[in-house]
Design a protein around this ligand. Structure first.
Ligand code: NIG
Ligand code: FE
Length: 455
C-alpha cells in the first residue's frame, strides 16, 4: 500500500498530529460520492480477525487538521516516519476496539426556531393532516410566531443546545435553513445566528435561506397572497439576504398548496443569479414537479421525494447518467414522525443510479430528532437501505449534497480530519442499536471535540 504525503517537512515544536489506533474497523468512504451498487461499499479496513491489537489493524493519521493517511498500522507508521513526520509529534487516540467513521454530515435541517409543537402530534393521531394544520394557521405558522418573538441570544442558546445534541450523535457538518421568520429582519437574524454558531464551532454550519417556506399571516389575508409574497421575496427579502452575505444556499417548499414549480423556479433562479446555490423541498406529500424542477435548475439536491412522479424519478436518473447528478436527500424520519405510510422510493432511486443522501430534517413539526444514527435506523427499516448504504448516505453522499465532497465525508488524504469513534466493533451495528448512545469520541479538524464520559 502506498501513502501519499500531502505535507512534507519538519513541523514546529509540539504535537501537530493525531494518530487514531486500536480500531476494529475504519470506514473510509474513500473514492467519492456513491451510487448504484457502489453505495453499498464503505471502503472499510478491518482488523485481521477483528483483533484491534493486531499490528495490521487499521489506523488513521492526521496532521494539522487534515487526514494524512489511513491504513494498517504496521505499514502506516514506517510510511509516516519515512516521509519526515516524527511519530512523537502525534497525540495518540485509542479507539479501544470500536469503529472509526468519517464525521457525519447532516445536509437538511431547520436548526433554528422558537417554541415547540408537541400538541400537533396528538392532533395528527386524531387524524388531522399536516397541510390542514398549516392552513388553519398552525404548523409552520405557529413556529413563525414564536421565532419572530425570539431574540438573537435565545436563538443562539437554542442552536448551541441542539448542535451539542447533534455532535453527541456524531454530526460534524450541518446545513441550517432559515424559514421561520418570513420577514426580512427575522430571516436575517436566523441566517446571522446560523453563521455565528458555525464560527463558534466545533460543528461547521452552512446557512440556507428558506424565505419561501410558507406564506406568512400578513400576506394570507390578501386575495393574491401567495403571489404577493413571492413578489416581496424577489424584490425585498432576497436582495436583503444576498446583501447580508451569510446564506450559501436557497431553498423553496415546492408543494401543492404551498409554492408552485413556477414560483419556485422564479425564486431559485433569482437566488442563483445572486450567488445562492439552489436546493429544493420537492414532492414531499404529493407529486408536484419538484424533482423535475431540481434537475432543470441544476440544484445540488432535491429533498424529501416521498412522492415523486415517474417523470421526476426519470429526470433524476437522467441527470445522474449525464454526469450532472442532483443528490436525492431522503428524510425518512419525517415520513415516520408524520405517521405517513408512503416512503421515498429509495431502492428505485438507487437502482436507477441516483446518488442518495440522508438527513434529519430536524424541525419542531415533522422531525424533532437531531440524531443521524436514528435516521439511519429508520432508513434501514423503511427505505430498505443496508447499514453500509445508510452510512454512505450520511457521510460522503451527504457531503456531496452540500457541494463539500472534496472537503468532508470521507477519511482520505487531504480531507478535513473529522471522525467519530463508535463503541461498536463494526459499522453495521450503528443503525442496529436504535436509541443507544454509541458515539464515544468526536474529532473535528484533528481536535477531540466530544468525549462521552465512561459509564
Ligand atoms: O421539511 N416541509 C416543510 N418543511 C419542514 C417542516 C417544517 C415544519 O413543519 O415546521 C419539513 O418537513
Ligand atoms: Fe425540511
Amino acid at each position: 500500500m502506498g501513502f501519499r504525503v500531502i505535507q512534507g517537512g519538519r513541523a514546529p515544536e509540539g504535537p501537530s498530529g493525531l494518530l487514531v489506533e486500536g480500531a476494529a474497523e475504519v470506514v473510509t468512504m474513500a473514492g467519492g460520492p456513491r451510487s448504484g451498487t457502489a453505495l453499498n461499499d464503505p471502503a472499510a479496513i478491518v482488523a485481521p480477525g477483528g483483533e484491534p491489537r493486531d499490528p495490521a489493524a487499521p489506523a488513521v493519521a492526521c496532521w494539522d487538521g487534515r487526514v494524512l493517511a489511513v491504513g494498517p498500522r504496521d505499514e502506516l507508521l514506517p510510511a509516516l516516519e519515512g516521509s519526515g513526520y516524527p511519530l512523537e509529534r502525534f497525540a495518540r487516540l485509542d479507539a479501544a476496539g470500536g469503529t472509526v467513521t468519517p464525521g457525519l454530515v447532516d445536509p437538511h435541517t431547520h436548526l433554528l426556531f422558537g417554541g415547540s409543537r408537541e400538541a400537533e402530534l396528538v392532533l395528527r393521531q386524531r387524524g388531522a393532516g399536516y397541510l390542514e394544520i398549516l392552513a388553519a394557521g398552525g404548523g409552520i405558522l405557529s413556529t413563525v410566531e414564536a421565532t419572530r418573538g425570539a431574540s438573537k441570544e435565545a436563538l443562539l442558546e437554542h442552536g448551541r443546545r441542539w448542535l451539542g445534541e447533534m455532535l453527541s450523535h456524531g454530526t460534524t457538518t450541518v446545513e441550517a435553513k432559515s424559514g421561520y421568520g418570513l420577514d426580512l429582519p427575522t430571516e436575517l437574524r436566523l441566517l446571522e445566528v446560523a453563521h455565528q454558531l458555525g464560527e463558534e464551532g466545533p460543528i461547521d454550519v452552512l446557512p440556507t435561506w428558506l424565505g419561501a417556506h410558507a406564506v406568512p399571516p400578513e400576506f394570507r389575508t390578501r386575495p393574491d397572497g401567495t403571489e404577493a409574497y413571492v413578489r416581496y421575496l424577489l424584490e425585498e427579502q432576497l436582495p436583503g439576504v444576498a446583501a447580508q452575505g451569510r446564506a450559501r444556499f436557497a431553498d423553496v417548499f415546492c408543494e401543492g398548496g404551498v409554492f408552485t414549480p413556477d414560483q419556485s423556479r422564479r425564486i431559485l433562479s433569482e437566488a442563483a443569479r445572486l450567488g445562492l446555490q439552489p436546493r429544493l423541498h420537492a414532492d414531499e406529500l404529493a407529486p408536484s414537479g419538484g424533482a423535475e424542477l431540481a434537475v432543470e435548475l441544476g440544484a445540488l439536491s432535491a429533498d424529501h421525494l416521498a412522492a415523486p412522479s415517474a417523470e421526476g424519478s426519470e429526470a433524476l436518473a437522467h441527470a445522474a447518467s449525464d454526469g450532472h447528478p442532483v443528490v436525492a436527500v431522503l428524510l425518512p424520519a419525517t415520513t415516520w414522525f408524520l405517521m405517513h405510510d408512503h416512503y421515498a422510493p429509495a431502492r428505485t432511486l438507487v437502482d436507477r443510479g441516483v446518488p442518495i443522501a440522508l438527513a434529519t430534517d430536524f424541525n419542531p413539526g415533522t422531525s424533532p430528532t437531531a440524531s443521524l444514527p436514528l435516521v439511519m435506523t429508520v432508513a434501514c427499516l423503511t427505505l430498505k437501505l443496508s447499514p453500509s448504504e445508510a452510512l454512505a448516505a450520511c457521510t460522503v453522499n451527504s457531503a456531496a449534497a452540500l457541494g463539500l465532497a472534496e472537503e468532508v465525508g470521507s477519511l482520505e488524504a487531504g480531507r478535513s480530519a473529522d471522525l467519530v469513534i463508535w463503541g461498536v466493533p463494526n459499522h453495521r451495528q450503528i443503525p442496529y442499536w436504535p436509541g443507544a448512545a454509541l458515539v464515544r469520541t468526536v474529532v473535528k479538524r484533528g481536535r477531540v471535540v466530544f468525549e462521552r464520559p465512561p459509564a
